[in-house]
Design a binder for this molecule. Structure first.
Ligand code: GLN
Length: 319
């Protein structure tokens, strides 16, 4: 594989930074008090290559809550622990086409098939909560340590829970509690609902910055081995499966539009982070808190699209 030269990458991210710097479209997530007060002006971009080079511009070192981007690393951990068949049958891997927090992700499948098919996929809340309920560990704390450790292997250094975010979300996560109980009623929750929502809420509440996201993505680009620490977080088959689910559902109900426009597996979070992966080559991480209607960072999407086009890395394009 031919990786883009360093000056080309640095120039592309600087152009993306300048080009969208003054975009003010979108709104911070308002349903989580901590996220509502994030500074919408902050904007950072990072690229990490599969051979371990790091590029950044803007506030790429500014820490923010990972939110839904965490779903891909918990999925990776569960795939590693339980294998692909378990995720396929107990969670599912099809697009729901629904908003990230939709209860219908649980309901519609059950109506349609009259039985108890899995809740959709691990990258919307229902499936992510089901996925979190599959994490091994005797106590809530050991399960949480396991999730955080795996994410840290992807990032290349230990990550930390942001207690303010965690508290803020625990006070406002009634909707996710409802999803968990509904999953339980259909036999698709594999641990205690209260503990599982707590675990899921913790997973949303660790801090990352744009460089972390790009490094975590670069680990997937590099077949599951962190290109900076050379530690294998997951094996290559697991890494490829995570990328497949990202392509299917990484941007919730606008995943199709995203893939159509950008041509890369991606994952967003309502904290304003977004990561996009070019298998075998690199990953792009962006932070900017204002979101579109679906909950995806507005400038994050613009920046990734511009960088992907500039570097010519659409995975569907013949080169
Ligand atoms: N913690 C958020 C929630 O569960 C994460 C959602 C997201 O980033 N889309 O509502």
């Amino acid at each position: 594989v031919l990786l883009p030269p360093s000056p080309t990458i640095q120039k592309a991210i600087e152009q993306a930074y300048e080009k969208f710097r003054h975009v003010t479209d979108g709104k911070n997530a308002s349903y989580i008090p901590y996220l509502a007060k994030a500074d919408p002006a902050l904007y950072g971009i990072a690229v990490v290559t599969a051979d371990g080079r790091v590029f950044k511009v803007g506030q790429a070192d500014h820490a923010f809550p990972v939110e839904s981007v965490a779903k891909i690393f918990t999925l990776a951990a569960v795939l590693r622990e339980h294998g692909a068949e378990t995720v396929l049958h107990k969670v599912g891997v099809n697009a729901t086409g629904l908003p990230f927090n939709s209860v219908l992700a649980v309901e519609l499948n059950n109506d349609k098939l009259g039985g108890s098919p899995p809740p959709g996929n691990p990258l919307v809340n229902a499936g992510a909560i089901a996925t979190a309920s599959l994490v091994d560990g005797k106590t809530l704390d050991t399960r949480w340590k396991s999730i955080l450790n795996t994410a840290g292997e992807f990032a290349g250094h230990p990550l930390r829970l942001n207690n303010d975010v965690y508290r803020s979300e625990m006070e406002s996560n009634q909707h996710n509690q409802a999803i968990a109980v509904l999953l339980q009623s259909y036999g698709h929750l594999y641990a205690d609902p209260t503990e599982t929502v707590d675990l899921y809420t913790r997973e949303c509440s660790y801090d990352v910055d744009a460089v972390d996201l790009a490094t975590m993505g670069a680990t997937l680009a590099n077949g599951g081995t962190n290109p900076r620490t050379h530690h294998a977080a997951v094996d290559a088959a697991t890494s490829a499966r995570v990328l497949a689910v990202m392509a299917t559902a990484g941007l919730y109900n606008t995943s199709g539009e995203w893939l159509f426009k950008v041509g890369l597996p991606g994952k967003s979070g309502v904290g304003g982070g977004i990561v996009a992966v070019v298998p075998g080559k690199l990953a792009i991480g962006v932070y900017s808190s204002p979101l579109d209607e679906a909950g995806n960072s507005v400038r994050g999407q613009l920046a990734v699209q511009f960088i992907a086009e500039t570097l010519g890395v659409n995975i569907f394009a013949a080169d």
